[in-house]
Design a protein around this ligand. Structure first.
Ligand SMILES: [Zn+2]
Length: 287
């Protein structure tokens, strides 16, 4: 990996970031970009799923400065998404990743473009080697960065010093591990609830898993955390059309209809089915 050189400049657009975030982002890009290029980082307001990031590979291949668009969602998640998109920038600039009119071509192998565009399920990403590489880098690079390189920024900004001294970044990565186990716990609970009650619907399932009888009276939130109850299609006094439980990794668990087995499906799919008419309720998960 080479450090960003005089020829490389990182510029920012969109939602304003604090100085310390800009320093961290520039440093991180400098470490991971493999080709001399300017980079523009465009920050947008957080969305509900906290997972939006984008880089236009077609534009890069046409010679434009790479513009990485990312929603602002806290330093660690921001860096993870940045790592993902930077991987695609490297793949494009190296010539490994390109397009023709019908295919995406990665390392000489062709993949049908329409299929790729249609299927937006997270799990399916990993079937495409350029995405698998980006997903892998997003955790590996960030873990390594936080453990080593990040500490070299000491002295540049008082907030960064505070973060280093208080192990805040490490806490965030530990939090991820904890979230991982909370996901497993929830799935176990979901299975347990279903084995004890053979005839459930989506609402009963969500109530039993969260141990909350009045879901719609729980605090309503705008971000989405593991364990949150997702409620779709409630208009005025009409009852909701669907309930499920968010379990992270872009997935929800639910019982779709009366008597059906519990299933794990992508959040995007369910959200699309109910046309995004989503409300998020946060149960008090004391585990
Ligand atoms: Zn990607």
């Amino acid at each position: 990996m080479r450090r960003i050189t005089e020829a490389n400049r990182v510029t920012f657009a969109g939602k304003k970031l604090p100085i310390y975030d800009k320093i961290i982002i520039k440093d991180f890009i400098g470490l991971h970009i493999e080709y001399p290029t300017d980079i523009k980082v465009r920050t947008v307001k957080p969305t509900k799923s906290h997972s939006f990031a984008f880089v236009d590979i077609v534009a890069i291949l046409a010679g434009s400065v790479p513009v990485i668009t990312i929603e602002d969602s806290g330093t660690r998640y921001f860096l993870e998404k940045l790592a993902h998109e930077l991987t695609h920038v490297n793949q494009s600039l190296s010539g490994d990743l390109h397009y023709d009119s019908d295919n995406i071509i990665f390392k000489g192998k062709k993949y049908d473009l329409d299929t790729y565009k249609q299927n937006r399920d997270y799990k399916f990403y990993l079937d495409y080697p350029w995405e698998a590489e980006a997903v892998r880098n997003s955790t590996e690079w960030v873990d390594k960065y936080i453990a080593n390189d990040f500490k070299k920024l000491r002295g540049q900004d008082s907030t960064i010093d505070f973060i280093i001294d208080n192990d805040l970044m490490e806490t965030k990565s530990t939090q991820k591990v904890r979230e991982g186990s909370l996901r497993d716990k929830l799935i176990q609970m979901g299975k347990g609830v279903c084995s004890k009650n053979s005839f459930l619907n989506c609402q009963l399932f969500a109530q039993l898993v969260s141990n909350e009888s009045e879901i719609l009276k729980l605090p309503k939130v705008n971000d989405m955390q593991i364990g949150d109850i997702l409620v779709w299609g409630r208009f005025k006094d009409n009852p909701p059309r669907h309930y499920s439980v968010f379990i992270g990794k872009g997935e929800v668990m639910e019982v779709e209809g009366w008597g059906e087995a519990m299933r794990i499906v992508s959040f995007e799919d369910v959200n699309e089915e109910y046309e995004g008419a989503l409300e998020i309720f946060r149960p008090n998960l004391k585990r």
